[in-house]
Design a protein around this ligand. Sequence first.
Ligand SMILES: Nc1ncnc2c1ncn2[C@@H]1O[C@H](COP(=O)(O)OP(=O)(O)OP(=O)(O)O)[C@@H](O)[C@H]1O
Ligand SMILES: [Mg+2]
Length: 267
Amino acid sequence: MSLLRTENVIMQFGGVVAVNDLNIDIKKGELAALIGPNGAGKTTAFNVITGVYAPTSGKVLFTPTDNAGIATEIDITGKKPDKITGMGVARTFQNIRLFKELSVIENVLVATHLNANYSFLSAILRTPKAQKGERQAKAECEFLLERLGLIDLQNEKASSLPYGQQRHLEIARALATKPNLLLLDEPAAGMNPQETDELTDLIFKLKTDFDLTIFMIEHHMDLVMEISDHIYVLDFGCTIAKGTPEAVQNDPKVIEAYLGVDADVEN
Ligand SMILES: Nc1ncnc2c1ncn2[C@@H]1O[C@H](COP(=O)(O)OP(=O)(O)OP(=O)(O)O)[C@@H](O)[C@H]1O
Ligand SMILES: [Mg+2]
């Protein structure tokens, strides 16, 4: 079953066609990757999916499952980012976006408020229901920080964390919104090979343990090839290849886009 599809999505900024006719189809439980050279339109595709931009044309379709287990495809094109998050789509950012002055755990707590089952007023009045909700939210955040290896740093300022750990914190914050679909924009950026290896294992484990579908932009090819079920390759906004890691890796168009040479000529 498809969890996320796009139909002929075009995103234009003035004369720049950042995303040109994007058609993706990500099945529930899958780990898909979006790769391509710098400026190919990868982050823009994520921004359209998560409602940061309404596309110039085309559709974004998401299929959440309700409490009764019934899945319904919903047109989420151009809906507000918080609406889309509330439906079960969470993301991390290429340029880390944490509340720098808040502590590690506060950064995660902020995200749990999206799912709070008590009102803003009851939170201010600190009613028993609100207090219970806050205790529950804190326990959930501690659990997530434990899973992301940050529990001992929970009271540190977010900005004091090394880069790699800030990326882990972004994942914890995304998970706090209880997503079905998790979009990761270059989760291993700035990490050394050992950190990248550890992250690869972690992403794979989180996918199983949290029953996630993952769509990931990444430049570290080892990571992408090791854990992806399907890969989409963008170049100048266009999808130049899609398929299994093996098929994509050997596709002359992909080799050409990455190396900037005509693969046939090289052979
Ligand atoms: N808000 C915007 N206004 C104008 N142009 C934009 C905007 N956002 C992106 N672009 C342009 O769209 C193109 C695609 O950018 P995008 O950030 O999506 O690429 P990317 O594949 O994520 O690249 P990278 O690997 O460097 O992160 C670029 O030419 C970029 O300059
Ligand atoms: Mg990008």
